[in-house]
Write a protein that binds this ligand. Structure first.
Ligand code: UFG
Length: 371
């Protein structure tokens, strides 16, 4: 019996939170994902977890997406038919402090990837964009037709990347481009093996709440209770990361099948307030989450949630998990991994490179997890 060839899909930043969940979804859908990551905001233990989850060798090349010839080499070696671009900085506040770092890494990273793709004749790309490009919307739910009004350097980098992709498509219609505007990804794989592992004090609500629940932080500071929302706290469209991962598979499938480019929102279409998340987390964990109200956080908007009808009609994708599922899986991950990937399972980095990568012998270009 001949083995079906699994199309290779490059995942820049594939060792990160969303990339690692997408790795699993792609394997389940019959693709061969290839991780390219510099591990600046991820931990190599995730590779061992991915191996456990998928029961296969994990292809991973350590390097930076800004190194165009390295990226081209990875695309060639693994005969990638598509790339998903996750690699990028993502902290809104940090982008205000260090705009040059954000523009050069996020915009430069995409340019480098696209140049590498062009030279290797791989012209199918899915880009991780963000609902942050809409800024403060006049109304909700937000459709893809809403005007873009980025408010932070981070948001500007996302919109600039979208514009670069649009120009490229205009210049050469053989490019197939899928832009995914994520709302608020949370949760973890139900196995508890992979999840979000922020370094330092979490910026985002869900990882902060999980750390309060596990006793690492004493209480949650709710940023503002005077918004024009039902309970006065900010409302967001939280999306389970496994649903988001499935959205990437749907995007790759659609681009490879139809050659039609698109920009779609990925969310549930449901808004949940900060206090709604706290209550759902208390239900999931059986613990009380102490909180106090503080002032609004600069740059936050009152509420946003997605109109998700386009993703449904175009990609046949819709979210399947609700806020209780998200909290249950976040809690499971946090309990199993109180320190994230750190201090876990005690395997050394060198062992990993031997176990997990598949170097072709004597290939001088290959740098599998070269730690
Ligand atoms: N919040 C708190 N306390 C905290 C953290 C957050 O009350 O300690 C509140 C915020 O004020 C907001 C809500 O929880 O009302 C969600 O905040 P997050 O920081 O989790 O998420 P944001 O909506 O601010 O931003 C996220 C990503 C951005 C992305 C944006 C839009 O962090 O990268 O969604 O997709 F751009």
């Amino acid at each position: 019996m001949t083995k079906k060839i699994e199309p290779g899909v490059l995942l820049t930043g594939g060792a990160g939170y969303i990339g690692s969940h997408t790795f699993v979804a792609l394997v389940e859908a019959g693709y061969q994902p290839v991780i390219l990551d510099d591990f600046s905001n991820s931990h190599p233990v995730v590779l061992q977890r991915l191996q456990q989850l998928t029961d296969r060798d994990v292809l991973c090349e350590r390097g930076n997406v800004l190194d165009t010839s390295f990226v081209a080499g990875v695309l060639r070696r693994h005969r990638c038919v598509a790339a998903i671009h996750f690699a990028g900085f993502k902290a809104v506040g940090e982008s205000v402090q260090r705009p040059l770092m954000y523009y050069s890494n996020n915009v430069g990273g995409l340019l480098s990837l696209l140049q590498a793709m062009e030279t290797t004749d791989c012209r199918t790309v899915v880009f991780s964009s963000s609902a942050t490009v809409y800024g403060d919307p006049a109304t909700v739910p937000i459709t893809e037709q809403f005007p873009c009004a980025p408010e932070s350097p981070y948001a500007h980098t996302k919109l600039m990347c979208e514009n670069i992709l649009a120009s490229l498509r205009t210049s050469d219609p053989s490019w197939r481009v899928g832009v995914l505007r994520y709302f608020n990804p949370v949760g973890a794989h139900p196995s508890g093996l992979i999840g979000e592992d922020p370094s330092g004090i979490p910026n985002n609500l869900m990882p902060y709440v999980t750390q309060v629940a596990v006793g690492k932080r004493s209480s949650l500071n709710v940023f503002g209770n005077d918004y024009p929302t039902p309970d006065g706290t900010g409302v967001r469209d939280y999306l389970h990361v496994t649903d988001l991962a499935a959205g990437h598979v749907a995007a790759v499938d659609a681009l490879l099948a139809n050659a039609q480019s698109f920009t779609v929102n990925l969310g549930t279409g449901e808004g949940t307030s900060v206090l709604g998340v706290v209550r759902a987390f208390e239900r999931a964990s059986g613990r009380t989450i102490p909180f106090e109200f503080g002032p609004r956080r600069a740059g936050d908007v009152a509420q946003y949630f997605a109109d998700v009808s386009l993703a449904d009609s175009l990609l046949g994708w819709r979210a399947t998990c609700n806020i209780d599922d998200m909290c249950r899986d976040s809690w499971h991950w946090q309990q199993r991994n109180p320190d994230g990937y750190r201090n876990s399972s005690g395997i050394s980095l060198n062992q990993q490179s031997g176990d997990l990568a598949q170097p072709k012998p004597n290939d001088p270009l290959l740098s599998p997890i070269g730690i």
